[in-house]
Design a protein around this ligand. Structure first.
Ligand code: FAD
Length: 303
C-alpha cells in the first residue's frame, strides 16, 4: 500500500499540466508550510530568523525540467540576485540548484553557460553552490557538469542518493568534494536502485560513516531520528570534528528537532525552497510521508 501511495504522488509530481496550473493557483493544499514564500525577500526573511537561532541555510529557487530557454535564463538571473542578496546581507546561507532549472533538458551546453554565470557570481561572493540530484535520467549529466566545473570552482558539490547501488563507488571519486547524502526522492528502477527501506537505510548509514572518517565535508540530510541517533553516537565515539559535517533537513519538517540539534551544538542547515513552482516539490514530500496528506485535507476542507 505504501508503495502504491508513493507511486501515486511521484506520478503527480511529474504531471506537466498540474505543475503548470499550480503556478497560477498560488500556494494551495497546505504547501506554504513547506515553501518559504514566492519571492527573494520572503525567503531571506526566513533565513535571517534561522540564522539568529544558529542555523545555517540553503535556498532552493523552485523549478525543474524547464523546456523554455527564456525561463531558464530568468531562473539564472534570479539565482544571481539571490547570491547578491546573501552577500549584501551577510547571510549564513548557500544555494541549491537543480540543473534542469538552468536548461539541462534543453541542451547541456546551454545549461553549462547558465551554470557558469551563476558560479562566477558565487565565486565572487565566496558562496557554496550545491547541484541537487534529480531523477536517474539526469544523473550522468549532473555529474558531468560537476566534473567540468570542479577545477575552476572548488566551492561546488552535489548529492549522493543512498538508494543507488552505485553510490559507494561514486563517492570514491568524490573524496575531496563536499557532498550532501540523502536517501533519494524519485522512483527508480530495480536495475539501478534498492527498493526496500532497510537496504536504503543501511546503505545511508554505511556511506555516512565512511564520509565522516574521510576528509571532505558531508551534509547528512535526513529526518530519520534512528539514523541521526546512530550517527551522533558514531560522531562522538570517533571524535569527528564539527567542521567535517552538518545535519540538514527540509524547511517545515521536524522543526523542533532542527532547533534541538542546533541547540545541542551540532552544525545544522535548513533547506528552504521558495517560488511559485511548488507543485512537484510538494508532491515528492507527500510521496515520502503520506501523513502530510492531513495538511492537504485541512486546506481543502477548512479554507
Ligand atoms: P524517511 O525514510 O522519509 O523517514 C524515516 C523515518 O523518519 C520515518 O519513518 C519517521 O519515523 C521519521 N520521519 C520522517 N519525517 C518525519 C516528519 N516530518 N515528522 C515525524 N517523523 C518523521 N532527494 C534527492 O533525490 N535529491 C536531492 O537533491 C535531495 N535533497 C534533499 C535535501 C535535504 C536537506 C533533505 C532533508 C532531503 C533531500 N532529498 C533529496 C530527499 C531525500 O532523498 C528523501 O527523499 C527525504 O529526505 C525523505 O527521507 P528521510 O531520510 O527524511 O527519511
Amino acid at each position: 500500500m505504501a508503495n502504491v501511495t508513493r507511486d501515486f504522488f511521484i506520478g503527480l509530481s511529474n504531471n506537466k499540466f498540474l505543475n503548470d496550473q499550480a503556478k497560477k493557483w498560488g500556494f494551495r493544499l497546505g504547501a506554504e508550510k513547506f515553501v518559504a514564500g514566492t519571492n527573494i525577500d520572503s525567503v531571506t526573511n526566513v533565513v535571517k530568523e534561522l540564522n539568529n537561532c544558529g542555523i545555517s541555510c540553503t535556498i532552493d529557487n523552485l523549478g525543474e525540467y524547464i523546456s523554455d530557454k527564456s525561463e531558464a535564463i530568468a531562473a539564472k538571473q534570479d539565482l544571481i540576485k539571490i547570491l547578491e542578496k546573501i552577500h549584501k546581507e551577510k547571510l549564513d546561507c548557500h544555494i541549491s540548484v537543480k540543473l534542469t532549472l538552468l536548461g539541462l533538458d534543453i541542451n547541456q551546453s546551454f545549461c553549462m553557460e547558465n551554470t557558469k554565470e551563476v558560479l562566477d557570481a558565487a565565486k565572487e561572493y565566496n558562496i557554496f553552490v550545491n547541484f541537487d540530484m534529480e531523477d536517474y535520467s539526469h544523473y550522468e549529466q549532473t555529474m558531468a557538469v560537476l566534473r567540468h566545473f570542479k577545477e575552476t570552482y572548488p566551492q561546488i558539490g552535489t548529492v549522493i542518493q543512498s538508494y543507488l547501488y552505485r553510490a559507494a563507488d561514486d563517492l570514491e571519486g568524490l573524496q575531496e568534494t563536499r557532498i550532501r547524502l540523502v536517501k533519494g526522492a524519485y522512483k527508480e528502477a530495480e536495475s539501478v536502485a534498492y527498493q526496500s527501506k532497510q537496504e536504503i537505510n543501511r546503505n545511508f548509514i554505511e556511506l555516512a560513516k565512511g564520509r565522516l572518517l574521510g576528509e571532505a565535508f558531508t551534509s547528512i540530510a535526513t529526518h530519520d531520528h534512528n539514523i541521526i541517533n546512530e550517527l551522533k553516537t558514531f560522531i562522538e565515539e570517533n571524535k569527528i570534528d564539527n567542521s567535517k559535517f552538518e545535519f540538514q533537513m527540509l524547511y517545515g519538517f521536524r522543526t523542533e528537532m532542527q532547533h534541538e540539534l542546533a541547540k545541542a551544538g551540532y552544525p545544522f542547515c535548513t533547506y528552504i525552497p521558495f517560488g511559485t513552482d511548488w507543485f512537484a516539490y510538494f508532491m515528492r514530500r507527500l510521496a515520502e510521508r503520506p501523513q502530510n496528506i492531513n495538511l492537504v485535507m485541512k486546506d481543502v476542507f477548512y479554507t
